[in-house]
Design a protein. Structure first.
Length: 339
């Protein structure tokens, strides 16, 4: 399955109880995500085109296209994002990313260009350089372009590992005046079976210190993930519980928020997943819990269609109109695959 808005291939749920928490999650996603090229883009995806639905004219309007270029070994070399100019009926380049690898197929540099609104040209904007030791990523150094068009290091991520090669800490440093200052850390703890059981975040990169966050993960006897709980200063904030089918595929993830007044968990929303006979998600339905009715109400859904080779052809997102009791399409992404 392909990465779509939420990462359904791994069913990762991003918890967002506040803007500060959003920032911390986005911070680590942004700083670490540069080296985590989605695996399905390495498996022959040529491009995908995104559409928005025009409810007035009852039609799909083209929005943008992301294209991929691979080398002979299937490694992702380039990414191009273009927006659609409906007046001129043409694609307009907005950004470009170039990835470079070493002889052992490790990503060593990602180079970014963005469109200049003044000249319309793609100009250097950022690059990330990756350093490895014993095949493990130890450092990401992020560079920005100065006014003199020179590369200046702005942020460094350093990674530490345990004896089994599992990430135990990520330390983020940002350039401040004349030196790099540590401003964020992510610490991971594993149980005796090497399952991830805790992740702790501390962050001052945005200015005043954000409250430290801790995610605690609990597993079922069959090693499937049972629940994730987010807390700060020892106080519960959010929880996600998972349910599975016989094939151990997630069929439901239910999100709760902590109600301090009643000292109990309050249901907020849930995602339900439907699979085909090949174990691929064909539908995801998001529902909100209504306190007034003590019932679940449809909110959003995503439908996935595959070709005979089990490659994703398109995904269509819809929103639920309660007054009309029907689904309205809002977003669509169509994929094109190579051989």
């Amino acid at each position: 399955m392909i990465e779509i808005r939420e990462d359904v291939s791994h069913l990762t749920i991003v918890m967002t109880p506040s803007k500060k928490i959003i920032f911390i999650f986005l911070l680590f996603l942004t700083l670490q995500g540069a080296c985590q090229v989605h695996p399905h883009y390495l498996k022959g995806c040529i491009n995908f085109i995104e559409y928005g639905f025009d409810t007035i004219n009852n039609r799909w309007n083209t929005k943008g296209k992301l294209s991929f270029v691979h080398d002979k070994k299937g490694k992702l070399k380039k990414e191009f994002f273009k927006s659609w100019n409906s007046e001129n009926k043409q694609w307009v380049a907005q950004s470009q990313t170039i990835h470079k690898y070493n002889k052992t197929k490790q990503l060593i540099e990602s180079f970014y260009k963005n469109r200049s609104y003044k000249t319309g040209k793609l100009l250097n904007s950022k690059k990330t350089v990756f350093t490895y030791r014993k095949k493990l990523l130890t450092e990401e150094k992020i560079y920005d372009v100065s006014e003199k068009k020179a590369w200046l290091a702005s942020c460094i991520n350093n990674y530490e590992y345990d004896s089994l090669g599992k990430t135990k800490r990520c330390i983020t440093s940002k350039f401040n005046k004349k030196t790099f200052v540590v401003c964020a850390t992510e610490t991971r703890t594993y149980d005796s079976l090497s399952f991830l059981k805790e992740i702790e975040w501390e962050n001052t990169c945005s200015g005043p210190a954000d409250p430290p966050l801790k995610k605690t993960i609990v597993y079922n006897e069959d090693s499937t993930k049972k629940a994730e709980t987010l807390s700060t200063f020892g106080r519960n904030k959010e929880k996600i519980e998972y349910s599975y089918n016989q094939e151990k595929f997630i069929v439901e993830s239910k999100r709760f928020e902590w109600n301090q007044d009643f000292f109990s968990w309050k249901a907020i929303s849930r995602d339900t997943f439907v699979y085909n006979n090949f174990g691929l998600i064909i539908e995801k339905i998001n529902q909100k819990f209504l306190d007034t009715d003590s019932a679940w109400q449809n909110n959003r859904s995503i439908f996935y269609l595959y070709n005979s080779y089990l490659k994703l052809l398109h995904e269509t997102e819809k929103i639920w109109i309660e007054k009309q009791k029907r689904w309205i399409p809002v977003f669509r992404r169509e994929y094109k695959w190579g051989k």
